[in-house]
Design a protein around this ligand. Structure first.
Ligand SMILES: [Zn+2]
Length: 324
């Protein structure tokens, strides 16, 4: 998520104390893998994290939006190299990078730079301003630069109008042609509007981030879970099983989320669910990368090993790492 939800002072203190700090010797190393397997094998056997953000303190090269400075970055640094280092410790070999609108607005440059610097490692979920002329043309242009999906959200223009307008319609239409998914950062109240767009654009791939943030206020309401599950009747809708640090009791090992995971599993099946960490927010205070992947990889009885393969790799591979 990109909301500034929790105590940022505590968060910063924790991170500066070393939560995600890296040894200076590893910083900036072009590729941080040293496994004995050939690169191709590592990729095909490793997991995929379907959602992480990155940012850099090099704001001269990658400026922040709206006059922000490095003092606004929280945590203070989470570069592509820091992400790779964090992920590889759990055999996560590929990551989907999600545009961070607060820090970078509509400018996807840093994410594209990371994808170009580490071939095969990243795909990008970018953002396009749908009120600008020809957003579909921009989508097609960005697809040639590793942008395989787009983040859309009710948070910028408000729940009542975020899906209105010809530009948004053009984006959904284009997504059906190019296979670029509309990735929705939304709250439960926005599910009905997404449902209407899915009816209008049945061939457009759609991903719902973080269970539509059900449980962000600590309460997992059955009415919301049912509404999320009802969206499964549109066959190109997927759900990210992610952001555990922010949902329900917000306590590892996050077992209070298992009933909701089971409900979406029964509605969507494993082939339309994907695990994601939502780093670096999942790396703060008592939360860790390992605790996040552990829940899906090792922690849920009703998942078979074939199911885990889908949640931890194959669904994200299909939705984001497709050949374009
Ligand atoms: Zn996020």
């Amino acid at each position: 998520m990109t909301s500034q939800t929790s105590n940022s002072v505590d968060r910063r203190r924790c991170l500066q104390a070393g939560g995600i700090a890296l040894a200076a010797s590893t910083m900036g190393t072009p590729l941080l893998e040293n496994a004995a397997l050939p690169a191709q094998d590592r990729t095909s056997s490793g997991w995929i994290d379907a959602h992480s953000h990155i940012w850099t303190r090099d704001v001269k090269k990658f400026p922040l939006a709206k006059g922000q400075t490095v003092a606004d970055l929280d945590p203070p640094s989470f570069t592509s190299e820091e992400l790779i280092q964090t992920a590889i410790a759990e055999n996560v070999q590929r990551v989907v990078l999600i545009q961070h609108h607060i820090y970078h607005g509509w400018d996807n440059t840093y994410l594209i730079h990371a994808a170009e610097r580490y071939p095969g490692k990243f795909k990008v979920v970018g953002m396009v301003d749908d009120t600008e002329p020809n957003p579909a043309e921009t989508m097609r242009r960005l697809q040639k630069r590793h942008v395989s999906a787009f983040r859309i959200t009710a948070w910028i223009r408000g729940s009542d109008k975020w899906l209105d307008g010809p530009g948004m319609d053009a984006m959904w239409k284009c997504g059906a042609d190019t296979n670029q998914a509309m990735c929705c950062l939304i709250d439960p109240r926005d599910l009905s509007a997404v449902d209407r767009m899915c009816q209008k654009h049945p061939d457009t791939p759609v991903v719902i981030d973080h269970f539509a943030r059900i449980g962000v206020d600590g309460q997992i309401r059955q009415a919301d879970v049912k509404q999320l599950c009802a969206l499964a009747r549109h066959q190109h809708v997927y759900v990210k099983v992610s952001a555990y640090y922010a949902l329900g009791k917000k306590q590892p090992p996050y077992l209070d989320l298992v009933p909701m995971i089971q409900q979406v599993y029964e509605a969507y099946g494993p082939q339309r669910l994907m695990w994601a960490s939502d780093s670096p927010y999942q790396l703060v205070d008592q939360h860790t990368y390992r605790a996040s992947i552990h829940l899906i990889r090792d922690g849920i009885d009703f998942l078979s090993s074939a199911d885990r393969d889908w949640l931890l790799r194959k669904t994200a591979e299909k939705v984001y790492f497709y050949k374009s």
